[in-house]
Design a protein around this ligand. Sequence first.
Ligand code: KIV
Ligand code: ZN
Length: 388
Amino acid sequence: MTDQVIIFDTTLRDGEQALAASLTVKEKLQIALSLERLGVDVMELGFPISSPGDFESVQTIAKQLTTSIPCALSRALEKDIDAAGQALKVAERFRIHTFISTSTIHVESKLRRGFDDVLAMGVKAIQHAKKYTDDVEFSCEDAGRTPIDNLCRMVEAAIDAGATTVNIPDTVGYTLPSEFGGIIATLFNRVPNIDKAVISVHCHDDLGLSVANSIAAVQHGARQIECTINGIGERAGNCSLEEVAMILDTRKDITGLHTNIRPTEIHRTSQLVSQLCNMPIQPNKAIVGGNAFSHSSGIHQDGVLKAKNTYEIITPESIGLTQNNLNLTSRSGRHVIKHRMEELGYDENSYDLDELYADFLKLADKKGQVFDYDLEALVFFNNIHEES
Ligand code: KIV
Ligand code: ZN
C-alpha cells in the first residue's frame, strides 16, 4: 500500500455551502489557484445541479486547473450526474463524486426507502457516472452511523460497479477516533475487493474530532482525506487541511505517511480563504491562528530565547509565515510593489509593473490595505485578460 495520502479539498463545495454570502466566480477562481499552488491533489469545485451559478463556476475553474484534478458533487441521480459531467468536461481529466445516505436513520427518515433500494441506486449512479469518466468517487453519506454489515455491502457493491474511490464520511461528526479507525479496519478485513479502490474519509467537527478521526483512519489504511482550509464547512465545520497536512509532516516518524502539500503555502492560502469568505480565524487555532507561534509565559519566553524548539514543534517559517512589516497602502511607492513581487517569487518579466502599480493604487484607494494575494490576483487577472 502506498504511503501517500491524497488531499481532497472541498473548501469550494462543503466549505462554501456554509457561508452566509456566496463567493463570486472570480473569488472562487482565486481560491482554487491558491489551492493548486498549495499542492492539493483533488479539488471539489461545487455542486453543479444546485444552481446555474455553481455550474458556471465549476466549469470556469475546471478549465483553469493544470495539476489538481477538478471534481464536482452529484446526488445519486442521473440529472445531477449529467450536470456534473457537463460542467467538468472542459477539463482533460476530472472526477465525478456521487453520494447517497446509508445510515438507517437517513435511509428510513430522509430517503424513505429500504436499504436494498438505496444500494441499487448507488450502483446505478456509479455506472452512469462512468459514462463520463473513469475517475468516479462514491460516498456513503452518514457512514459513521451506518450498521457495519450494510456499510461493507455498500462498499463492495460500489467497487464492483466501478468506483475508484470510496468515501466514508462521518457526516455528523459523531464517532470517536478509536471507533472510526475501527470502521476503516473492519472494511479492510471484510470487503474482498477493497484493494481495487482508494478508501477516503470525510469527517465533520461537531465534537471537535474531525482531524483526530481522519488521522486514525489513515493509520488504518484510508489513503484520501477530505478537508477544507481553516476547517470551514457545515455547522462546526470540516476537517482542517492545514492541521492534517502538518500532523502528517511533523509526525511522519509515527505515521510513515506523507502528502503533496507544500507547507510554506499554508499561511497565505489560509489568509486568502479567511478574508474572501469573511470568516475570521480564532486566535488559538492550531497552525494558522494568530497566536499559534506566540509565547506569553515568562518561562516559555525564556525557553524559546535559549532554544526555539523548547516550546515550538514547528516553525512559523515552515508554514510560510515571514516577518513582513511593510503594509501596502496607497502611500506605498512603485519600488515597494516591485520589491514585494520579488519576495513573492515573481520575475519582473512575468508582469507589467506600470499596469500592476496603476491597478494597485485603485485597489488601495478602495480597500486601504492591499495584501499579497491581492497583488497576485491583479497579476493573474491582467495576464488572463491579455491572453484572451
Ligand atoms: O458530509 C458529508 O457526508 C458530505 C458528503 C456529500 C460527502 O459532504
Ligand atoms: Zn460534508
